[in-house]
Design a protein around this ligand. Structure first.
Ligand code: FEO
Length: 190
């Protein structure tokens, strides 16, 4: 409660005339801001994957997949920023560490992709729990979009890992994997 009062005071001090907005609990705001950072880090991580793939021979499809995935994560971040501010919080733009920029194989890159998405899903689930505990139904409702999105993202990452496992060292299989990977993104709007 004290933290929340401090935060409200801090927000008032930032503006001559604060907007009339709903009040976001401090711990909810903190969790949402952590998620902003995680989505921003995801965008950077996938940009690094896209760049690494782009300089490998024959991975143009995979590279394009990760360039688009990186853009999508930025959109996820922006949605959170707009929501936090709209609900009377203050979205903080985070500093980021450099992501992993080189990979020992395409397989290890895709394992990293899946692990990253699992981390994001866990973080979303924790926020849903917190929103329910605090009876913040607006945030709970907002997060449902992320819950659905994570089901899709994890599914895609698992399917692509399974395909790579199946392909093994088969070069023609890898050629088809790269050629067809963008079909996993068809119909995606975010
Ligand atoms: Fe926005 Fe793939 O997590």
């Amino acid at each position: 409660m004290r933290d929340n009062q401090n935060f409200q005071l801090q927000r008032k001090q930032l503006f001559l005339r604060p907007k009339r907005t709903a009040m976001l609990l401090h711990n909810i705001q903190e969790a949402l801001n952590n998620q902003v950072k995680l989505e921003a880090a995801s965008s950077q991580a996938y940009l690094a994957m896209a760049s690494w793939c782009e300089i490998q021979p024959g991975l143009d499809g995979v590279s394009e997949f990760f360039f688009q995935q990186s853009n999508e994560e930025r959109i996820h971040m922006l949605k959170l920023i707009r929501f936090i501010n709209e609900r009377g919080g203050f979205a903080l733009i985070p500093a980021l560490e450099q992501p992993i920029v080189t990979f020992k194989s395409l397989k290890s890159l895709f394992e990293e992709f899946l692990n990253h998405e699992i981390t994001v899903s866990n973080s979303i689930n924790d926020m849903v729990d917190l929103a329910l505990k605090e009876r913040d139904y607006a945030t709970h409702n907002f997060l449902q979009w992320y819950v659905s999105e994570q089901i899709e993202e994890e599914k895609t990452a698992r399917i692509l890992n399974d395909k790579l496992e199946l392909i093994g060292e088969d070069k023609s299989g890898l050629y088809l994997f790269d050629r067809d990977i963008m079909t996993r993104r068809s119909g995606k709007t975010s």
